[in-house]
Design a protein around this ligand. Structure first.
Ligand SMILES: CC(C)(COP(=O)(O)OP(=O)(O)OC[C@H]1O[C@@H](n2cnc3c(N)ncnc32)[C@H](O)[C@@H]1OP(=O)(O)O)[C@@H](O)C(=O)NCCC(=O)NCCS
Length: 158
C-alpha cells in the first residue's frame, strides 16, 4: 500500500542546472511575471558566461526559477543580480536552493563575499536573503527624483 506523506519535502522534484541559450525565452517569461521585464534578452544572453542557474521541475523539465550572479575579481566579491521564481512555484524553498547553489559556485571562484541590493519594500525578498545569511550593510537611494531606496546586503563566504 502506498505511503501518503501529509506534507512532501519542499524541494522534492526540483533540479538545479546552468542556463543555456535555448532557455532564454522561458527565462524572459518568468522575468516578465516577476519584474515586469526590466532585463531584455541580450542582458540575459550576456549573463550566460556568469553564474546563471535554473531551477527545473524534474517531472516536466519546465524552468520554474532562475538566478544570475557575476564575479568581480578585483574586489573578490560576487554579486547576485537577479533571483526569480515563477508565481505558481513560490513558497517551496526554490529561491533558497538557487541562492545556496550560487554561493557554492561563487565560493569555488575563491571570492571573499557576496553582495546584492534589494528594494526596502520587498519584505519577502529581504526575509529570504536574511534566511540564507545576508545582512544589511548599507542603505542607498540611487536618485533624488524618486523614492526608491535599497538595502545593500552582504554575506561572507567562509
Ligand atoms: C522573492 C522570491 C525570489 C522568493 O522565491 P521563493 O522560491 O518563493 O522563496 P523561498 O520559498 O525559498 O522562501 C524562502 C524564505 O524567503 C522568505 N519569503 C519568500 N517569499 C516571501 C513572501 N512573499 N513573504 C514573506 N516572506 C517571504 C521567507 O522567509 C521564506 O522562508 P519560509 O518559507 O521558511 O518562511 C519570489 O517571491 C519572486 O520571484 N519574487 C519576484 C521577484 C523578486 O522580488 N526577486 C527578488 C528581487 S530582489
Amino acid at each position: 500500500m502506498p505511503v501518503i506523506l501529509a506534507e512532501a519535502p519542499r524541494d522534492v522534484g526540483i533540479g538545479i542546472r546552468p542556463a543555456l541559450v535555448r532557455d532564454l525565452p522561458r527565462i524572459m517569461e518568468i522575468e516578465r511575471l516577476a519584474f515586469g521585464e526590466q532585463w531584455d534578452y541580450y542582458q540575459f544572453k550576456a549573463s550566460l558566461d556568469d553564474v546563471f542557474l535554473l531551477a527545473v521541475d524534474a517531472a516536466t523539465a519546465d524552468i520554474v526559477g532562475f538566478l544570475v550572479a557575476c564575479c568581480c575579481e578585483i574586489t573578490r566579491r560576487g554579486i547576485i543580480l537577479r533571483v526569480a521564481v515563477h508565481p505558481d512555484f513560490q513558497g517551496r524553498g526554490i529561491a533558497t536552493e538557487l541562492i545556496e547553489r550560487s554561493l557554492g559556485e561563487l565560493k569555488k571562484k575563491k571570492l571573499d563575499e557576496v553582495e546584492l541590493d534589494v528594494d526596502i519594500l520587498k519584505g519577502g525578498a529581504i526575509g529570504l536573503y536574511e534566511k540564507v545569511g545576508f545582512q544589511v550593510v548599507e542603505i542607498f537611494s540611487p536618485s533624488e527624483e524618486n523614492d526608491d531606496t535599497f538595502y545593500i546586503m552582504r554575506k561572507k563566504l567562509g
